[in-house]
Design a protein around this ligand. Structure first.
Ligand SMILES: [Ca+2]
Ligand SMILES: [Cu+2]
Length: 327
């Protein structure tokens, strides 16, 4: 919060970024998950079941989604922010997750069909990060169609992730699309991509071999954005490599809403099965980090990183992706 200045006035947006210098540690995947390697996932995606699904075969994912085989893992980390601790055993059932964040084009289709009006449009403003000033501003007329304010547009950004959408907006889209938001546990499990305790979805090094793996912020936040990864703000989805489950931008690009209320993690006692977070709360968990997350200020792209926002918040670095039940 500090370096980026004040949050915009009003009840809504809070900037989804805090310092998180410590690397994540993390999980241990179960033998069951270890046995289902990326190779199997790839084959399911490439060939589907094509009517030959036998016992134990993976269900064919809906268009644009990947099958995430259920398993056990250690959720959270004790090497990050306090809210990320303690690591605790969690089991998630198999589910489908969209391979990319919901795009402007997809959201436009939803609005075109339903006439849906987003909360930011109703309220009349949204939060925009002023890149030159290095702080969040309340901007009248900012919305998913005008992400940086009335003079901006999404022209040419149809394949970028939609932003300036609230938690309610995301849920409305998900209902229309026949899906739901992922739980926080599902989101972390999926981000880990089957890796055993890695810090990022692709491993332990942020820029392995000098190759950028996600759309994040290079340079000193918030004053200097070098855009060395090719993008100073959002990038078209799938601009960077997928993780082991075939998920793109599961770190970086935009923060993603999850279904859960924000709360403290439980003590690491018994394994929890398909946890859905606290029964109530004031903020919803967001995951994955965004184009604004930097190495020296905010490392929200770590797999264990978690932040939260009020459900009606709309920001130009926050979107979502779709999940679906396997049956
Ligand atoms: Ca970038
Ligand atoms: Cu951040």
């Amino acid at each position: 919060m500090r370096a980026a200045g004040n949050r915009p006035a009003g009840k809504r947006p809070r900037r989804p970024s805090d310092d998180a210098r410590a690397p994540g540690r993390a999980g241990r995947r179960s033998a069951a998950v270890a046995g289902i390697g990326a190779a199997v996932i790839v084959s399911a995606v490439s060939f589907g079941c094509a009517g030959t699904c036998g016992r134990g075969a993976e269900p064919e994912p809906p268009d644009g989604m990947v099958y995430i085989p259920g398993g056990s893992f250690s959720m959270g980390t004790d090497e990050g922010l306090p809210a990320e601790a303690p690591p605790h055993p969690v089991r998630v059932s198999s589910f489908f997750l969209a391979e990319h964040e919901v795009t402007v084009g997809e959201f436009a289709e939803f609005v075109g069909e339903t006439g849906y009006v987003t909360e930011a449009e109703e309220i009349g403003w949204a939060a925009v990060f002023d890149v030159d000033a290095g702080r969040w501003e309340r901007v009248d007329g900012a919305s998913w169609k005008r992400p940086e304010g009335p003079r901006s547009s999404v022209e040419g950004r149809g394949d970028h992730p939609v932003v300036q959408v609230s938690h309610n907006d995301a849920k409305a889209y998900a209902a229309w699309a026949g899906g739901r938001l992922p739980t926080e546990a599902e989101r972390e499990y999926a981000a880990r991509g089957g890796l055993d305790g890695a810090r990022y979805p692709w491993g332990d090094e942020l820029v392995p071999g000098g190759k950028h793996q996600a759309n994040v912020w290079q340079g000193r936040f918030p004053t200097k954005n070098t855009g060395k990864d090719g993008y100073e703000m959002t990038a078209p989805v799938k601009s960077f490599p997928a993780n082991g489950y075939g998920l793109y931008d599961i770190a970086g690009n935009v923060w993603e809403w999850t279904a859960d209320w924000m709360g403290r993690y439980p003590d690491p006692n018994d394994e929890r099965v398909d946890p859905t977070g606290p029964d109530s709360g004031t903020e919803r968990v967001i995951r994955g980090g965004s184009w604004m997350c930097s190495r020296d200020h905010c490392t929200g792209y770590r797999v264990a990183a978690r932040q939260s926002n009020e459900p009606d918040a709309a920001l130009n670095n926050l979107g979502f992706r779709l999940a679906k039940d396997v049956r």
